[in-house]
Design a protein around this ligand. Structure first.
Ligand SMILES: Nc1ncnc2c1ncn2[C@@H]1O[C@H](COP(=O)(O)OP(=O)(O)OP(=O)(O)O)[C@@H](O)[C@H]1O
Ligand SMILES: [Zn+2]
Length: 595
């Protein structure tokens, strides 16, 4: 990435200087006298310009000519006289102070290039470190861009509420704001106070950005968008000034919308630790707050911010007069998914056999972005297969690819393949046997990504809260792979690493966060964010309790596997034969029926 940008700078600077003839000031004065100058562009004392009639290049043997020239004005020259001559000849004169951009800007860039490169590499490394520690990825976001935000002109936001589907309640909450942006006068006359800030919270891909754009589109007002993480990833010290710039621009064309994505990047509770500059973050946050406080509320700039981590936000952001309106954007339910699929298949030819409600039913938990992606994948598959409309099979295969990952073409040794079959069959069998567990949708022993096999269970429909029995079932099911290996081969392999991570995190949550351990009681010991809140003795008890739960679940898993060994063998045989089993095949192979 860093290299791409560097190449961009160098190429641009060469193009900028191409074919411009450097001439002496005397020659320049002569051309002015002769009335042969068309226009000039002065940057400090250096002048670039164009001649009306081409002139021979001095001293050039091929007698080539030039019209583009550059020259430098001696500090002692009488510029007044030249200026008057040029004005009389109606020459277009443009000028900028010496430290302005253009010309010298590129020189500056070139001289700063090594530093920019270093900074770029450094930021990239920091981001890598950040994403390895669980933060978002994204690469070298804002470098190379020199403005905080490029406004999208009012007419250019083509998105409106008809493009946002399945979240009508949220739309309704925003309609008031659209109305205000359309007719601020109506509200002003009545002295009504509108929110200055709206906070959209919800998981990634639920359409927060889309909604903000749609509000701008509906109201036909300019839309300024910036990502808060860009503010602080730029070279240190510019975050606050970019915020100021952004709001200045927005005020100039009010009514308008300023959209700040990932507000948590600057809006975290002060004092919570992150990698990189604290002060930078706080200064940037303070600038946002100052800008918002600065509005009288009549200026018509509405700030919409988005985050998927509202719990980490500084309380200062949520105070009245700031982001005092919080709108939760949840993943769509089944009806919502139908609506979203309809929006995204508007321009896609579907075979008559495709039933949108069936697809919606098989995609619980998927967000709008996931569904958009699904439609696109299905269309790609259909095109590759030479279909002229997207078929149900294209959808099914696209869904499998999205849910399980792309298959890897490697040949597994027979022994490993068999072991994987037992491991996945173990997960699947427990998923089928445990009361209240999510139904098993698919089992596969085709290697995908880093996994040798996959068992996919998804809820019947959308779940919003989990009870203890369900969570224990999740732990038991996750241990099912390991338990099957233990029961059948007497040893376990490294293949269970991922399972154990899940198990640990659920068990610790049950004890330290959701009050499901009688010993610890209903206390938050392990908050979602920040360090544990308890004395070390209590923390040790949390670990003991988590371990007790996991031990109990593991014992359950082994017992269920032993007691149902014939069902396990049934699934294994089918898997070794067919490699991938769908829901019906899997239950049939186990000799079970789904209720
Ligand atoms: N409710 C929806 N209706 C229609 N399309 C949707 C919806 N939600 C998401 N999408 C699709 O998913 C894409 C990504 O959504 P968007 O970027 O708005 O999500 P987001 O919530 O802002 O995600 P993030 O938190 O990752 O920024 C949209 O451009 C759109 O194509
Ligand atoms: Zn596993």
């Amino acid at each position: 990435m860093a290299l791409t940008y560097a190449a961009f700078f160098i190429i641009s600077s060469f193009f900028d200087g191409e074919a411009r003839q450097t001439i002496s000031y005397t020659e320049f004065a002569r051309q002015v006298n002769g009335g042969n100058v068309k226009d000039i562009y002065a940057t400090g004392l250096s002048i670039q310009g164009d001649l009306k009639k081409a002139q021979p290049i001095p001293g050039d043997k091929q007698r080539d000519t030039f019209t583009k020239f550059s020259t430098v004005v001696p500090v002692f020259a009488n510029q007044e006289q030249i200026f008057q001559q040029l004005s009389q000849q109606n020459v277009t004169i443009q000028a900028e102070p010496a430290d302005g951009q253009r010309g010298t800007f590129w020189n500056l860039v070139l001289s700063l290039l090594p530093i920019l490169l270093l900074a770029g590499v450094w930021i990239w490394l920091m981001r890598r470190a950040g994403s390895m520690m669980g933060g978002g990825g994204g690469g070298l976001g804002g470098i190379g861009r020199n403005r905080a935000a490029k406004p999208v002109e009012s007419g250019k936001v083509r998105v409106n509420f008809s493009d946002v589907a399945g979240i009508d309640e949220v739309e309704n909450e925003l309609i008031e704001i659209v109305d205000y942006l359309k007719e601020p006068g109506k509200y002003r006359r009545l002295g009504a106070k509108l929110p200055k800030g709206v906070l959209l919270t919800g998981p990634p891909g639920t359409g927060k950005t889309l909604l903000a754009r749609a509000v701008a589109g509906e109201a036909s007002v300019p839309f300024f968008s910036a990502s808060a993480s860009e503010f602080i990833e730029m070279i240190v010290g510019v975050g606050a000034s970019r915020v100021r710039e952004l709001f200045d621009e927005a005020r100039k064309v009010a009514p308008s919308i300023v959209f700040i994505d990932e507000i948590d990047a600057i809006g975290r509770t002060r004092g919570a630790s992150t990698i990189g500059g604290h002060d930078e973050r706080e200064q940037t946050l303070n600038q946002v707050l100052t800008e918002m406080d600065g509005f009288t509320g009549n200026e018509g700039v509405i700030v919409i911010a988005a985050t998927n981590r509202p719990e980490v936000l500084d309380a200062a952001l949520l105070r009245p007069g700031r982001f005092d309106r919080n709108i939760v954007v949840a993943p769509p339910d089944q009806q919502g998914r139908v609506a979203i699929l309809r929006v995204h298949t508007r321009g896609v030819p579907l075979s008559p056999a495709v039933q949108i409600p069936v697809i919606a039913k098989s995609t619980p938990g998927m967000t709008g972005a996931d569904l958009a992606n699904l439609v696109n994948e299905a269309a790609l598959l259909a095109a590759r297969r030479g279909h002229n409309a997207v078929s149900p099979a294209d959808f099914a295969d696209a869904l499998e690819k999205l849910q399980l990952g792309t298959a890897r073409a490697i040949v597994m040794p027979e022994e490993e393949r068999t072991r994987t079959a037992y491991h996945e069959a173990g997960h699947a069998l427990l998923g089928m046997l445990l009361p209240g567990a999510d139904p098993v949708r698919k089992i596969s022993i085709i290697p995908r990504g880093r996994a040798l096999g996959v068992t996919l269970s998804t809820p019947e429909d959308d779940r919003y809260a989990y009870d203890e029995r369900y969570l224990r079932g999740r732990i038991t099911g996750a241990l099912g792979g390991m338990a099957a290996e233990q029961v059948v081969f007497g040893i376990v392999t490294t293949g269970a690493e991922n399972d154990l991570e899940q198990v640990t995190s659920i068990a610790r949550g049950m004890v330290g966060r959701w009050g499901m351990s009688p010993l610890i009681g209903p206390l938050t010991i392990l908050p979602t964010e920040g360090p544990p809140q308890a004395a070390s003795a209590t923390l040790a008890s949390v670990d003991d309790e988590a371990r007790r739960i996991v031990d109990e679940c593991y014992a359950d898993a082994q017992r269920l596997i032993s007691d149902n060994r014939h069902r396990l063998e049934g699934i294994v045989a089918a898997l070794l034969d067919q490699e991938t089993l769908d829901e019906a095949d899997a239950y049939a192979a186990a000799g079970l029926t789904r209720d």
